[in-house]
Design a protein around this ligand. Structure first.
Ligand SMILES: *[C@@H]1O[C@H](CO)[C@@H](O)[C@H](O)[C@H]1NC(C)=O
Ligand SMILES: *[C@@H]1O[C@H](CO)[C@@H](O)[C@H](O)[C@H]1NC(C)=O
Ligand SMILES: *[C@@H]1O[C@H](CO)[C@@H](O)[C@H](O)[C@H]1NC(C)=O
Length: 451
């Protein structure tokens, strides 16, 4: 089914605002991409969609409407034909996670089945080769939502996420699930429960909402010191509750950085009692951790971007917290494939970059073999619910921000929490999100390509 409401705009039409002031150097050289722009609309306005893409398709699944009600709706973009079609997952859910397996299967796992609670264990699997959903869907070993999915070579690893307190793992109410589910290209599942190592502190094994990134294989792997591992997964920060069983536990930020490599994946195989050291290699702590930061792994660099400070008093909402413009750049290539943690701060990339606007809930993507890294939209003020249309673009080759007056790109509808996919390594699609604080979903889709 084709969308009938196509419209095509030329980018300069977006030049409606004053030029942005960037604290980092701007690249006005010739090494600036030309973005072709299309604007379409989702079938239904929504936010909290799960997203996954192959080299041909970008798929946006489920999500929630203005009052948090979940949906089954799926919007599928076919890059080859430049058309959209609609589909449904088997169960209406919000806060699912999407992942791509073997550039063929697209998985949508877990989530919540109503506006308030009830976790799902459903994993809807779409086979892009046949255009069919697998029936029946697969199941996670434990129902949960807001999971992180790492696509690593020929498998996907599902970690973290919130689960029902009464579930068999004995997780207390404010602790992220310790269950790990793994699926390989033959759609064989294995699951385990991670156990904290003996040296562990009060920090739970996983935090809620860590910034994650993963990479099947790095196009620049020849020049990459970490190339002995063709796959990488990074898990950084997040938040947890100190004394989770108290009525008003203190919300804390997690400063840890951790890495999965081919070696650690292998060493984890067949272990029944998974310890903290078997799957993840501990890295250095972040210099400043925040809530709601997002992550992106582009080649050997992991970008930990934006976010907000944790509330100072127990049980208080993050409302009124300070937003961050920082992007901490970690050089995963410096990590040794042993348990020892190297210093990961990427000095050659500036170590710390500054976004043009402090914000949280940013949509991040990379394209052109990780040459360009994009930071789109976000929440800039939580009392007024103000959101932004800004997309900051960083060139990892020149190590400069490429946004400039003559090459401005932004959302046509300012918003936060957009879902983002890269397709064909040259087109980035930002879809849906919220136009005010935590409400007011939109169906806006912005498509930029340098193909
Ligand atoms: C998806 O589900 C909706 C609501 O149940 C239905 O109206 C629509 O026809 C379905 N779409 C497809 C492509 O099956
Ligand atoms: C990282 O920070 C945690 C506290 O958040 C601390 O317990 C741990 O020792 C730190 N690790 C390193 C390597 O500094
Ligand atoms: C936001 O949503 C609320 C509740 O649905 C509605 O009353 C309000 O008009 C919406 N605001 C905008 C700007 O769309």
């Amino acid at each position: 089914m084709k969308y009938s409401y196509w419209s095509t705009l030329i980018l300069p039409i977006l030049l409606t605002t004053a030029p942005l002031v960037h604290p980092a150097p701007l690249d006005s050289s010739s090494d600036v991409p030309t973005w072709n722009y299309q604007n379409v609309w989702l079938k239904d306005s929504r936010s909290a969609m799960a997203v996954a893409s192959t080299s041909r398709y970008a798929i946006f699944a489920g999500g929630e409407d203005n009052v948090g009600e979940p949906t089954t709706l799926v919007d599928v973009y076919d890059h080859q034909t430049n058309t959209w079609s609609a589909s449904n997952v088997s169960q209406a859910r919000r806060s699912m996670v999407g992942a791509t397996l073997a550039n063929r299967y697209v998985l949508f796992a877990g989530g919540m089945v109503s506006g308030t609670s009830a976790y799902s264990d459903v994993v809807d699997i779409y086979d892009t080769q046949t255009g069919q959903w697998l029936n029946p869907p697969a199941r996670l070993s434990l129902p949960r939502a807001n999971i992180q999915a790492l696509s690593l070579g020929d498998r996907v690893v599902f970690v973290s996420g919130s689960a029902d307190a009464s579930a068999a793992t004995g997780n207390s109410p404010m602790v992220a699930s310790t269950t790990v589910d793994m699926v390989d290209a033959k759609l064989q599942w294995t699951s385990s429960v991670m156990k904290a190592g003996s040296s562990s502190s009060a920090i739970p094994y996983f935090s809620f909402g860590p910034a994650t990134g993963s990479m099947l294989s790095s196009p620049d792997s020849a020049a990459d010191p970490a190339s002995q591992s063709s796959v990488k997964g990074v898990l950084v920060g997040g938040n947890y509750f100190e004394n989770p069983n108290e009525v008003r536990p203190v919300q804390k930020v997690d400063q840890r950085t951790r890495l999965i490599t081919t070696t650690s994946l292998k060493s984890n195989e067949g272990l029944t009692d998974k310890s903290s050291d078997s799957l993840f290699i501990n890295g250095p702590n972040l210099s400043t951790a925040v809530l709601e930061a997002v992550g992106l792994l582009a080649g050997r660099y992991f970008f930990y971007a934006g976010g907000r400070t944790a509330p100072s008093s127990p049980g208080s909402s993050p409302s009124g917290s300070t937003f961050s413009a920082n992007v901490e750049v970690l050089d995963v290539g410096l990590a040794k494939s042993t348990k020892s943690s190297a210093h990961w701060l990427a000095k050659d990339q500036g170590g710390k970059l500054q976004l043009s606007e402090a914000r949280s809930q940013i949509a991040t993507a990379s394209l052109a073999s990780n040459k360009f890294v994009l930071f789109g939209g976000g929440l800039i003020n939580d009392q007024s619910g103000l959101v932004t249309k800004t997309i900051d673009v960083y060139n990892t080759h020149t190590q400069k921000w490429v946004t400039s007056e003559s090459n401005y790109m932004g959302f046509h509808i300012p918003r936060t929490g957009a879902s983002v996919a890269t397709v064909g390594d040259c087109m980035v699609i930002f879809a849906g999100g919220r136009i005010m604080g935590n409400r007011n979903v939109t169906g806006a889709v912005d498509m930029f390509d340098i193909c």
